[in-house]
Design a protein around this ligand. Structure first.
Ligand SMILES: N[C@@H](CCC(=O)N[C@@H](CS)C(=O)NCC(=O)O)C(=O)O
Length: 209
């Protein structure tokens, strides 16, 4: 029987990606709180598994893996019998990778600044002009996603895939911030759909902390 352990606190976006996928796939696991107030991620035992000292880290029997998107790909390849979450066909798979990479390199950096500024920074310490600059960048990024979603049901095609997971968690954060947002109808339609996934309901829908 597979012994599966996931290290990471529940309010981390990168941990939530993996928790969501485990829930959608019906995978059992033990979770160990790690990161921020829980510590653990700077202990020598943890650093021996993940030298970055970041969460999440996954261990399946004696196999250790870090980087949330690598974990998503691994779990989908290993445990999704339908092979729809991370398709095998070359171009379908490349499109999922494109949006996974885009979420990390392009959508998350401005969203991370907004999230930390609004949620984890005291009001009198907020850099208002930086927050406004990144709100405008984020609005532009989400328009790209909205255009994509005007052409197809899900981020990477006609099915829910791994690519929807990080982007839904980013959009969830965007929608909960006390900021001005221009309406994006296709994004909103998709978010209503994606937020019905069991993994989002259980692990992604909590208030921002
Ligand atoms: N590229 C990494 C980034 C991991 C990362 O930055 N994790 C954050 C939480 S979202 C972290 O460990 N922060 C330090 C902490 O929680 O103590 C991944 O996708 O797994």
């Amino acid at each position: 029987m597979t012994q599966r352990t996931l290290w990471g606190r529940l309010n981390s976006i990168n941990v939530q990606k993996v928790l969501w996928l485990c829930e959608d796939l019906g995978l059992n696991f033990e979770r160990v709180d790690a990161g921020l107030q829980f510590g653990v991620n700077q202990t020598s035992d943890y650093l021996a598994m993940n030298p970055n000292g970041l969460v999440p880290t996954l261990k399946e029997n004696d196999f250790v893996l870090w980087e949330s998107h690598s974990i998503l790909r691994y779990l989908a390849k290993a445990h999704d019998p339908s092979a729809t979450l991370y398709p095998q066909a070359l171009k379908d798979c490349a499109l999922v990778d494109q949006w996974l990479d885009w979420s990390t390199t392009t959508a998350w950096p401005p969203m991370r600044i907004l999230f930390w500024g609004w949620i984890r920074t005291a009001e009198n310490e907020r850099n208002k002009s930086d927050l406004e600059k990144n709100r405008l960048i984020m609005q532009k990024m989400l328009k790209i996603l909205d255009d994509q979603l005007s052409q197809q049901a899900w981020v990477a095609g006609e099915h829910f895939t791994l690519a929807d997971i990080p982007l839904a968690l980013i959009v969830h954060r965007w929608l909960l911030l006390p900021i001005e947002r221009e309406p994006l109808a296709h994004l909103q339609r998709w978010f209503t759909q994606v937020s019905q996934r069991p993994g989002f309901i259980r692990y992604g829908s909590s208030p921002l902390t």
